[in-house]
Design a protein around this ligand. Structure first.
Ligand code: GSH
Length: 262
């Protein structure tokens, strides 16, 4: 195993103290880096600058905006530990690279079937995006840098501004909406209760990519809405709380190892 001299993770900056990103995908990648014990630096960008940074690094788009145009995303990992600089986007591709390059035999970051890992992660993402899309959209948008809001509304939301939805927090309708997303999240996490008996993780005794993806989602909800997060931690007879307690160390954002490009 080689030891990296320089790993940089690109994330997007928010209005939170220290600029910490709310992206579940950058948090997933942080989890993998910290789990492997790899030192790295976070570079915090404006969302609207992700494209120019990606083009400079010669990275291809990872997806498309709703209007079909190419979309570049964070996380981006840059590894300058060898003579050839390696730059990769997409959390799954990045963690595959880390697994191949840095994981010790007892630290494998995927199951024996990466396609099953990808399907499982898709289930986690689908269940949890109910929080952001339907319930916490305005809260999440409120944490973005002011200059990123027009980009988010125009490019990702087809011109729809979630902050125009009347604030229903504290009403029975709000409690009902949060109930629905908690149920959706529970449906996913409970699937593995009783199967993965050996430990906290979906991966069994040790976490794998889908565990990091779930921790990334839970972290996003923690940052966006503490009340919904508290309720989430109580699902599955407290399994979610144990999950968080054991994994929060890996998902941590270290401001002292970050630089702000905004
Ligand atoms: N499948 C990608 C998704 C990454 C993604 O959607 N990142 C968002 C931030 S959460 C992004 O960079 N968006 C750029 C934009 O909206 O212009 C991954 O797992 O890395």
């Amino acid at each position: 195993m080689s030891t990296p001299s320089k790993l940089v993770l690109y994330e997007f900056a928010t209005k939170l103290p220290n600029g910490e990103s709310i992206s579940p995908f950058t948090a997933t990648t942080r989890c993998a880096l910290n789990y492997l014990g790899l030192p790295f630096e976070s570079h915090l960008l404006n969302i609207r600058d992700i494209e120019s940074v990606s083009l400079k690094l010669d990275i291809k788009p990872t997806s498309t905006f709703p209007d079909g145009s190419p979309k570049h995303t964070v996380p981006i990992l840059v590894d300058q530990s060898s003579s050839t600089t390696i730059a990769i986007a997409d959390s799954f591709a990045i963690v595959q690279y880390l697994d191949k390059t840095y994981a010790k035999p007892d630290q494998r970051l995927f199951t024996s079937s990466p396609s099953v890992d990808k399907l499982a992660t898709g289930a986690v993402n689908t269940a949890f995006f109910g929080f952001i899309g339907g319930v916490l959209g305005a809260d999440a948008l409120g944490l973005l840098q002011d200059e990123d809001k027009p980009h988010m509304i125009q490019r990702n939301l087809g011109g729809f501004d979630p902050s125009t939805i009347p604030d229903i927090k504290g009403t029975p309708a709000w409690a009902e909406a949060v109930d629905k997303v908690i149920e959706a999240a529970k449906a996913v996490t409970s699937t593995t209760v009783g199967i993965a008996k050996e430990g906290t993780w979906i991966g069994g005794e040790k976490p794998v990519f889908v565990d990091f993806a779930l921790l990334g989602m839970v972290n996003m909800i923690r940052l966006v809405n503490g009340e919904a997060w508290e309720r989430l931690l109580n699902v599955d007879g407290g399994r979610m709380r144990r999950y968080w307690e054991e994994g929060k160390e890996w998902v941590r954002f270290e401001p002292e190892a970050s630089t702000r490009d905004v």
